[in-house]
Design a protein around this ligand. Sequence first.
Ligand code: ZN
Length: 367
Amino acid sequence: MKRLLSILFLTFLYLTAALSQDKLIRVGEVPGYVTLKCDFHMHTVFSDGEVWPTVRIEEAAKEGLDAIAITDHIEYQPNKEYISADLNAAWKIAGETARKKNIILVHGAEITRKMPPGHFNALFIEDAGKLTDKDFITVIREAIRQGAFIEWNHPGWKAQRPKGDAHLDSIHKVLLANGWLHGIELFNDIESYQGVLTLCIEHHLAVMANSDIHIPYETGYYPGSTHHRPMTLVFAKDRNEKELKEALFAGRTIVWYGDSLAGDKALADPFVKSCLTMGPVYCESEKYCWREIINNSDILFEIVVKSDDKLSDEPLKVSLSPNSITRLRLPVSLASRFVCTFTNVKVSDNVALEIISFFADSDLTIP
Ligand code: ZN
């Protein structure tokens, strides 16, 4: 009987262990790299967040992320009367769960100042306890000594910059001149900041989108046709912390927030193309031809198709829903040469991604 009970108990354990299932997020890729879905900005009870560190790992796994950083404020711990203020505690506590859930946990902290300079995340640090000096530059210098990647958080946060823009003050120029700034948030929580993409491209910095979440994560918290938190998509040579760090320092990122993407054209172009499969003309009449576009990703694409020789046909506006097949009826004049503008994919502050002769790779049967 005892033996039977223990077999039953072990079977129960085995079944419950096998039942842990998480979401698979389908996004595109850039040839030669794996796409890591990341959120590098969030809080726990060790600063002003409302959850225990291991919960952040459970949430990330459930949502299908590859990597996160817990970035509690160094200078602001409203719970410290009740919870020890070891600045590395959240990272230490969450480590074991991260390993079991196969989440890359980046050791981070948020350096918190009035604007300028504002708030900065130091990622891939060794010891947050050494980042407590009152002088901002001293802290940055120590973070850099530890090998940190420095991210400028919410540079146009309305509470600090009412106009919401992301201009550089002299202190930011000092960081840039010294090579002490490596990435900037274009999107934080539900805010986006004009000027960030241009700055990132000009200075070869990583463009970033993060949740900055303080409360427990719930599906549906963020707007968009696919529920997902703001994400930094990192193109790394492999799925591990070393390659994640290399890719971030090399600036190989684009961002996905709501139904929008933004990033350097050199990355956004192959990424978008990899999400979509263009079919050949499968039906034709005197005036029209028909093609299928398969969207193999969880990302919505809004496209405008127009002729590149300015013929009279009206531009065609199409929504390519996530994980769907869209059948396009195109005027014959658009059959072979046209421009696809992806209106929800920004490659510069006010410029949408354009792909010319998007169907050139597929089997064209119309002259
Ligand atoms: Zn924060």
